[in-house]
Design a binder for this molecule. Structure first.
Ligand code: ADP
Ligand code: MG
Length: 727
């Protein structure tokens, strides 16, 4: 019988690319056709309701029921005109993926069947599934949860071969009003940021009334042929390979990065890009990444809530479209040991309603003071709450990147680039002139900040959080993550810091200090206080780990410990101040994340056991038997000891590895049983890390050795060279 691996390899080699065609020659002609955007709102709504909806979008004004009915009817007309038969609230529960529950517009009535979509259905839905992660918030007797319309993210139509569905972006909260998703806290943090940033802007420019955070998300991913993927139970069930010796050629020749894109992959990229563009996702960039079969795409940055919805939607699309091309897209942070993992760089900045990027150095010294205020407050916020930021990017899969010989390290630090570092040092050490002259070029002794920062070439790829000219780039986010978690934290901590900044500056002004002197005095103080978080060197080096320890920076390598920051006293105080999470919400979230951690390890451990016992060991024994037959035959021929040496040596080697593998699998199983009995979730998660996961490396090491010894034709699992190079 042919093995699944053999069949899969054959299949992978005979793929024919499906035809991919853009809906129009120019992207601008089909961009956003499936989105109920401002233009369509204008077309389908009365002027009055349109204005109300816009002010709900821009300023969070409430929409009354009558207007909601009007809007729902308009959206329905548009959606049905495009062929939609169903609608769904689209939300982001803490499972990490998106969720939807479809209802049709169709309803029987006394006058015959009709299609309706009431305002109430637009505004609120009650997903009856009580089985989303809730960390104990929803007891079964209050199992109801609500999804509530988020007008700031436009409705869209999801197309599939079998039908079209109108999707309404929503938040997901419990019956008692607690957040059960990623979006609700994000919106709260953004609101806090808007208020705090506008307040600080008043020191510089009274015309600013709104500040939006912006986000551009670079998405890394791997592709693998679907048949090969299906022949690997570990990939199917855990998203990563639990076994597999690195192929002789990996990424060492550095011939993949920015290389020419293989035809089959290109066809896939164009296909999902077209789908994304129709949904208003402004994809702009595509290229090969460092590892073989690793790629990246990036849209143009957008308002943060929308950018995150778009990224969630994009991941979903990428998975769906991949199947058409008989690919599987791997969004896991580390599908293959031995080559690069994947991240999701979060490029973040703050933009005012006057169109100014608060993190872009300006031309005039006065603008620079404004820039410095926001810049230094960000640095200070990260210094203050590095542990919380670390917690926000922690997951079982991201543990393979952070602090595990992989970019970036688990130590949170900020890279500013030489020029800005010098600027901050200069401010820190200079005396603040009390004689302020409005248009003095070296006003207040602020060093000139060159505008060419945009093109700064001294990019430090080893830093988890880097300033890149006019934005900060959080690189530590995992490729499969919902960016809301880190972006909620980042915006919350910077908002909180800006509030403190305003208080500190106002105090000095009240004491009679001139405004600009007050501003610079506080900035100077913050630069001093947050100095330890700044690091320009190689983030991967041992020297940095040592240095960071001296500076008192945390280096938390695993998720269950990193997550402590969600329930620390410091974070609880922060959450309360900006009304982000109640104690109950924070604890629930903490619990959910811990559960997610150990459950995923539990699955990995089970898959490892199953694959070892039922796939790997039988193949190894089959080969060993062949060798035994061979040895017997040689003996029968009357050949001496000499001739038997080689088969016996191989048989012995196999036995050695096999013994260790089998023993480790069995002890791991025992350890799992003990761990499963632990009540406390945090203890259980830590035990899964220390007592169960700790066997993974040994088991893998020895099975990978066996993979190299055993007859290739009986090895059951597609090998790395096939997963990574057959395309
Ligand atoms: P790279 O880091 O690969 O050089 P780019 O500089 O092109 O990438 O930018 C990466 C992402 O950052 C893109 O999504 C881009 O739109 C986004 N970006 C650029 N400027 C800003 C900004 N001011 N705020 C937020 N994101 C931005
Ligand atoms: Mg980048």
């Amino acid at each position: 019988m042919k093995s699944l691996r053999t069949i899969a390899i054959k299949e992978a080699q005979s793929r024919i690319n499906p035809e991919v065609k853009a809906p129009a020659a120019k992207i601008s002609e089909f961009f956003g056709v499936n989105v109920f955007d401002k233009k369509k709102m204008k077309d389908f709504l009365s002027k009055e309701v349109y204005n109300k909806l816009i002010s709900a979008i821009d300023n969070g004004e409430l929409i009354n029921q009558e207007d909601a009915n009007h809007i729902a009817t308009a959206i329905k007309s548009w959606a049905m005109g495009k062929g939609a038969t169903h609608y769904t609230h689209w939300f982001q529960p803490l499972t990490g993926t998106t969720a939807e529950k479809h209802d049709s517009f169709f309803e029987p009535s006394s006058d015959g069947p009709i299609e309706i979509f009431a305002g109430s259905a637009l505004v609120q839905q009650e997903p009856d599934a009580s089985s989303f992660p809730n960390g104990g918030i929803r007891n079964t007797f209050e199992a109801r949860g609500y999804t509530a319309w988020d007008p700031s993210s436009p409705a869209f139509i999801m197309e599939s071969a079998a039908g079209k569905t109108l999707c309404i972006p929503t938040v997901f909260v419990s019956y008692t009003g607690e957040a059960l998703d990623y979006k609700a806290p994000l919106l709260k943090a953004l609101n806090a940021m808007d208020k705090a940033a506008v307040d600080v802007c008043q020191f510089f420019d009274k015309s600013i009334t709104k500040v939006n955070a912006s986000l551009g998300i670079e998405q890394e991913y791997f592709l693998v042929d679907l048949a090969l993927y299906n022949a690997r139970p570990d990939l199917v069930l855990t998203g990563r390979t639990l076994f597999g010796h690195m192929s002789a050629k990996g990424q060492q020749l550095e011939d993949h990065y920015f290389g020419s894109i293989p035809e089959r992959v290109f066809s896939y990229m164009v296909d999902f890009e077209n789908e994304a563009l129709k949904l208003g996702i402004p994809l702009k960039t595509r290229h090969n990444e460092v590892a073989p079969m690793q790629f990246e795409c990036a849209p143009i940055y957008e308002e943060i809530n929308l950018a995150i919805d778009h990224n969630q939607l994009l991941m979903d699309l990428m998975e769906k479209v991949a199947l058409r091309h008989k690919f599987k897209v791997l969004l896991h942070e580390k599908p293959y040991a031995g080559i690069n993992g994947s991240g999701k760089h979060n490029n973040w900045s703050l933009i005012t309603d006057t169109g100014k990027n608060l993190l872009a150095p300006g031309k005039t010294p006065k603008n620079n003071l404004m820039f410095l205020a926001f810049f230094v407050n960000t640095v200070k916020a990260v210094h203050e709450h590095a542990d919380l930021l670390r917690a926000s990017i922690a997951s079982v899969s991201n543990d393979h990147r952070l602090g595990a010989n992989e970019a970036p390290p688990a130590i949170i630090s900020i890279f500013l680039g030489q020029q800005l570092n010098e600027v901050l040092d200069e401010i820190e050490h200079s005396r603040i002139s009390k004689k302020v002259k409005e248009d003095n070029a070296l006003w207040l002794g602020i060093p000139k900040i060159p505008q060419i920062l945009l093109d700064n070439t001294d990019r430090n790829r080893t830093s988890p959080f880097a300033f890149t000219g006019n934005k900060f780039e959080l690189r530590a986010v995992g490729s499969s993550a919902n960016s809301s978690a880190p972006m909620t934290v980042l915006n919350a901590i910077v908002a909180d810091q800006l509030v403190k900044f305003k208080i500190d500056v106002d105090k000095l002004i009240k004491k009679g200090e001139k405004k600009d002197v007050a501003l610079l005095t506080v900035i100077k103080k913050y630069i001093k206080e947050s100095k330890d978080i700044r690091f320009e060197g190689n983030g991967y080096s041992q020297e940095w780990a040592d240095e960071a320890e001296k500076r008192g920076l945390s280096n938390i390598k695993t998720t269950p410990v990193a997550l402590d920051a969600y329930v620390s006293e410091k974070s609880t105080e922060l959450f309360a101040k900006i009304n982000l999470f109640s104690k109950r919400e924070a604890h629930a979230r903490h619990e959910i994340l811990l559960e997610n951690y150990y459950k995923k390890l539990q699955i990995e451990a089970r898959v490892m056991g199953e694959m070892t016992n039922s796939m790997i060991i039988p193949a190894v024994i089959a080969y060993q038997n062949t060798l035994i037959e061979n040895a017997k035959g040689l003996k029968d021929l009357g050949l001496g000891e000499d001739a038997l040496e080689t088969p016996l040596a191989i048989i012995g080697k196999i036995s050695e590895h096999l013994k260790i593998v089998k023993n480790s699998i069995d002890t791991m199983l025992e350890a799992r049983k003990v761990t499963n009995h632990i009540e406390d979730t945090r203890d259980k998660a830590i035990s899964y890390d220390l007592e169960v996961k700790s066997y993974f490396d040994t088991i893998r090491y020895h099975t990978d050795k066996l993979e190299q010894i055993v007859d290739d034709s009986v090895w059951p699992l597609p090998k790395f060279r096939e997963l990574l190079f057959l395309k």
